[in-house]
Design a protein around this ligand. Structure first.
Ligand SMILES: [Zn+2]
Length: 189
């Protein structure tokens, strides 16, 4: 069997030769002026946008584990700020989902899995000594509604976020694409 990388690169040659890129042609500026932050769940790769009628070129789409911003000065928040200040977007939507692997994540099994892949106890202890709280970092959440609200607040209240940016929060059902509105960002501008 072909290694995955080879399979992908071979496909790419056909993709370019057959001009399949034509169907995706668009500009760098988003047509809908929205940044969508969703979970990286594979079920959402296309459904997150298709369930709302969005197509290639419509929105800036970021995907992280859980759709969560873990650090106010990390790369996810930076990406949102760049989208707002430099790339013509003026609304943000946080999309979390039911049956989320990240939500159910707990530090014990995650650390056990890392040890099985060769990460030593020593390394984990050293990180703990240097103030890295792995137990917090690898803890999903207890309540998805609270998680959406916290995530929205983190973006909305970020010191570098303009006050007139609407930050919405939704939950999607990965089985049928149904979206539940949790925070209507227009109510908080
Ligand atoms: Zn998820």
């Amino acid at each position: 069997m072909k290694p995955l990388l080879q399979e992908l690169l071979d496909y790419n040659k056909h993709f370019v030769t057959n001009q399949e890129y034509e169907q995706f042609k668009t500009t760098k500026s988003p047509d809908k002026k929205l940044v969508l932050l969703s979970c990286m769940d594979t079920r959402l790769t296309e459904m997150a946008t298709k369930a709302m009628g969005l197509k290639n070129g419509d929105v800036k789409h970021l995907m992280t584990a859980g759709g969560i911003i873990s650090h106010p000065m990390g790369s996810t928040m930076r990406s949102i700020l760049i989208a707002i200040h430099m790339l013509g977007t003026d609304e943000v939507m946080v999309m979390e989902h039911h049956d989320c692997g990240f939500g159910a994540l707990r530090p014990g099994p995650m650390i056990d899995a890392m040890k099985k892949r060769g990460i030593s106890e020593e390394v984990i202890e050293t990180l703990r000594f240097t103030g890295v709280d792995l137990d917090e970092w690898f803890y999903g959440y207890d309540n998805i509604y609270d998680s959406v609200r916290e995530n929205v607040d983190k973006i909305k209240n970020h010191p570098l976020m303009p006050k007139d940016v609407a930050v919405h929060g939704v939950i999607i059902e990965p089985d049928n694409g149904e979206i539940e509105l949790v925070v209507n960002g227009y109510d908080h501008i």
